[in-house]
Write a protein that binds this ligand. Structure first.
Ligand SMILES: [Zn+2]
Length: 105
């Protein structure tokens, strides 16, 4: 019987191999440093399920339960971004300032 290592070591042989493998993969993702969408520093840590906070600038945002961003969340952000980018064009006679996000691209 080999010595078990890693975050799931305390589980012993309980819960089955697949459950432990999934838990290990999730915990590995949780412990990784994530980049802050606000200041860019890799200081984002999970506060709670779906809540992520940056230790550097205090920026708190909602994300996935185990990762800061999810595929669904990215799609939603993209959709909101497109919607907001269209706004100035839809109101003629009101040339609003160019959004910062658009200027960077
Ligand atoms: Zn930050």
């Amino acid at each position: 019987m080999g010595k078990k290592t890693g975050v799931s070591a305390s589980f012993g042989s309980r819960y089955g191999t697949m459950a432990r493998k999934r838990y290990t993969a999730i915990m590995k993702t949780l412990k990784e440093k994530h980049e802050c969408p606000s200041c860019g520093h890799p200081t984002v840590r999970r506060e709670s399920f779906g809540i992520w906070a940056c230790r550097k600038c205090g920026y708190t945002f909602a994300g996935g339960a185990y990762t800061p961003t999810t595929k669904v969340g990215a799609a939603a952000t993209r959709a909101v971004g497109l919607k907001e980018a269209k706004k100035p064009a839809e109101t003629p006679g009101k040339p609003g300032p160019v959004p910062a996000a658009e200027a960077e691209e």
